[in-house]
Design a protein around this ligand. Structure first.
Ligand SMILES: C[S@@+](CC[C@H](N)C(=O)[O-])C[C@H]1O[C@@H](n2cnc3c(N)ncnc32)[C@H](O)[C@@H]1O
Length: 378
């Protein structure tokens, strides 16, 4: 998309050729440009739909877990999940309340049956229901209460799973229970959601993509394979899964040659011990997510320890000066240190770069001066 004067010329040319349609055509092109890499090229979108769409690798991972099952995406929006499910799941159906998004989905995922329907009255039988409720209130604020999602997650679970004890007073739901068979349900939601708020979810899967935690996927009893799972997706193709069914023998011991900061999905899923045990690592402290070992696991950025000692700003400044460190990455766990405030006070100068890991151990605050190593191959 051109910028500056060229863009103005393009707008004028579009107006001349397309009249009133020039504005939506241009807006679509801009949205497509912004969503490049996340959403397939050429899709019709709205700004909100683009922001809410599940990233393609995350949707593809979920679709693989549903291979062969008939699946109904009850909040399909412009079709990101449907595109991943098509050809992997059995029969695929999409529905949404928003007629504009549905019209766009018709263009984006041709051939997939789409209907306008309320997710709280699912219009399919014997399907797995996939849902991704919006997490903003009508006022545009982000909400953490499942009852405030759109559609409300509590009601959705009650309808899908036939849970008559759920707190809902909608008469239509009660009528619906009478003749709707139970479904399996998978819900994509925010990674910070308190699992205690969704007791129906038998498996909570935290999913990250390229180092960024993207979602918590909640799996109902018929689909759950374990109770906690971390799925670490990578566009380099080295995906990793860790579950709470694995050995968690991961002792606490002083740092070895390497420090490993596990992926956010592993940390959020509470599976640091299992990940450590799998790779022969140990923990630096009972309460911290940092691991250490003689060799870093494959596919993860790790830090080779050059020297370490009790953390104090003056000592650290001297150490970094002696090493000629001019560029410094600062990682902090368990200490009240703001890296952006600390960095200028360290008066960095020199040709080298380093990473310093600051951690509160049971014995006190510790600083590890390290050299970062790019992810090794798996
Ligand atoms: C977060 S978006 C889903 C995004 C979708 N998973 C994707 O990857 O593009 C939530 C969708 O739920 C729809 N929605 C909200 N309430 C609904 C309801 N009661 N029934 C059906 N759809 C609903 C909205 O119109 C919106 O398209």
């Amino acid at each position: 998309m051109p910028t500056g004067g060229d863009r103005l010329k393009l707008v004028a040319a579009l107006r001349e050729r397309l009249g009133d349609r020039a504005a939506p055509v241009l807006e679509t092109a801009l949205l497509q440009e912004r969503a490049r890499g996340r959403i397939p090229e050429g899709w019709l979108l709205t700004g909100d739909a683009a922001e809410q769409a599940t990233a393609a690798p995350v949707a593809a991972h979920r679709a693989r877990r549903l291979a062969g099952r008939d699946v109904h995406d009850v909040t399909c929006s412009v079709g990101a999940e449907l595109a991943a499910l098509r050809g992997v799941a059995g029969r695929v159906l999409g529905s949404d309340l928003d007629p504009v998004r549905l019209a766009m989905a018709r263009v984006n995922v041709p051939g997939v049956p789409l209907v306008r329907a309320d997710a709280l009255a699912p219009c399919s039988r014997d399907t797995v229901l996939v849902a991704d409720p919006a997490r903003r209130t009508a006022a545009g604020r982000r909400t953490w209460r499942p009852a405030d999602f759109a559609p409300p997650l509590d009601d959705l679970a009650a309808v899908a799973l036939g849970d008559r004890s759920a707190d809902t007073d909608a008469e239509c739901l009660r009528r619906h229970f009478a003749d709707t068979p139970d479904h399996d349900l998978v819900v994509s939601t925010a990674p910070g959601l308190d699992p205690a708020l969704v007791p129906w979810a038998q498996e909570v899967e935290i999913v990250s993509l390229d180092g960024r935690v993207r979602e918590a996927a909640l799996w109902s009893a018929g689909l759950a394979r374990t109770s906690r799972r971390a799925t670490v997706l990578s566009s380099r193709g080295a995906d990793v899964e860790v579950t709470d069914a694995e050995d968690d023998a991961c002792p606490v011991a002083p740092a070895g040659e390497w420090i490993v900061d596990p992926d956010g999905a592993v940390v959020r899923a509470g599976l640091v011990r299992q990940y450590g045990a799998r790779h022969g690592l140990w923990r630096l402290d009972e309460h911290l997510a940092y691991l250490s070992g003689d060799a870093p696991p494959p596919g993860i950025r790790a830090f080779r320890v050059l020297e370490h000692g009790r953390y104090g700003e003056k000592t650290l400044r001297r150490t970094l000066a002696a090493r000629g460190v001019g560029r410094l990455e600062i990682l902090v766990r368990g200490l009240d240190v703001d890296p952006n405030a600390l960095r200028p006070r360290l008066k960095l100068a020199g040709p080298h770069e380093a990473t310093v890991v600051l951690a509160r151990l049971a014995s006190g605050p510790e600083a590890y001066v390290c050299e970062a190593a790019a992810p090794g191959r798996s």
